[in-house]
Structure formats: structure tokens, C-alpha cells
Design a protein around this ligand. Structure first.
Ligand SMILES: [Cu+2]
Length: 70
């Protein structure tokens, strides 16, 4: 299994509740290995298997929670 990393800048993350929602949404996708959210920087670090999941799916998962990727 290969691992790639992505840094997502997520607009609208403002508290730990948002962090939990975004983290959960991403972790529910198959192929996601690790998610770390930096609340202050509004940056989400994702480690994933590029054969199983892509940027579009991650973007969709985050946007379905009401946040926007910038
Ligand atoms: Cu919040």
C-alpha cells in the first residue's frame, strides 16, 4: 500500500466541534490512513492511499459537512 499526503486548507473551521466533524468525515472514506487537523491554521493533514481515494472525494466529504476547501 502506498501512502501519499495532502494538506487541505479548510475554510470555516472554528472550534473543536468542526475539527471532529471534518476528521470524522475524512476518516469514513476508505483509503484514508491518518487525519490531523490544525485548528489554528485551518489546515488538515491527510495521509491516504492514492489507489483508494482521491482529492475530489476528500473535498466532497469535507464540503458535505458545510466547510469549504480553499
Ligand atoms: Cu466549530
Amino acid at each position: 500500500m502506498t501512502t501519499k499526503t495532502a494538506e487541505l486548507m479548510v475554510e470555516g473551521i472554528s472550534c473543536n466541534h468542526c475539527v471532529a466533524l471534518v476528521k470524522k468525515a475524512l476518516e469514513q472514506l476508505s483509503g484514508i490512513q491518518r487525519v490531523e487537523v490544525d485548528l489554528k491554521a485551518k489546515r488538515v493533514h491527510v495521509e491516504y492511499d492514492p489507489a483508494a481515494v482521491n482529492y475530489e472525494s476528500m473535498k466532497k466529504a469535507v464540503e458535505n459537512q458545510g466547510y469549504r476547501l480553499v
